[in-house]
Design a protein around this ligand. Sequence first.
Ligand SMILES: [Fe+2]
Length: 242
Amino acid sequence: MTTIIQNVCKISQNIFSSFVRVNGQKSMAILDETNVSTLKKLFAQLTLNDIHYDLDELSSLNNECTPSAPITYTSIFQNQFFSLTVFGFRKQSSRIPLHDHPCMHGFIKCVYGSISIKSYTIIDNFSAPNEILNKVSESDHHCLVPSIYVGEEIITSDDYHVGTLTPIDRNIHEIRPITNSAIMADIISPPYTELTNSYFYFFIDTVYDERLDRNITWLLRTMDSRDYYCDTLIYRGPNILV
Ligand SMILES: [Fe+2]
């Protein structure tokens, strides 16, 4: 019997195996809308049972003797075309800080609790005005990234909604739980791997000047993970073949 998680991976393989990034440049590949719609409908139905995720395991490591990371990471599937990963937020204060997805597409499904996604869309060819440049050190001027704050999206495990990002739209986001704990799954393509030579930056979003009266948030690119770290849980769900 084909399981939902196998089907999600097969459709993802179909969609993304023709998606090629050239020399790290932004890919303008157009995804097949019909296949993407099918993937989103199926992904929206994903539950903890489908991936055999044990909620006790999310909390069992979290005791005084063995304090665990605020976020736990489970790799379900990964090849050179896409990755399917689960992130478990152990407490409400945990979060994945602002980060980008260079040239990537992404789909996010909450499978337990509720999560908040705050997203930004990068705008190109916009020079920082002096009011903004003066707020950061000269050595950081080249790290200023102009963006539009798209807004905050709340996704709960039972609302059948899938969050999305593209190489352009909503490409930078911060994710945090709004329940005591929460679990989300994401599909990213191309994945962050050595094969695709991809990496990501973190961002600080405090560079903004109201006097400019413009709807632009200047994000400051940084390698600082701002205390973000994960531990890992093993995937115990069905084997996946694509
Ligand atoms: Fe992300």
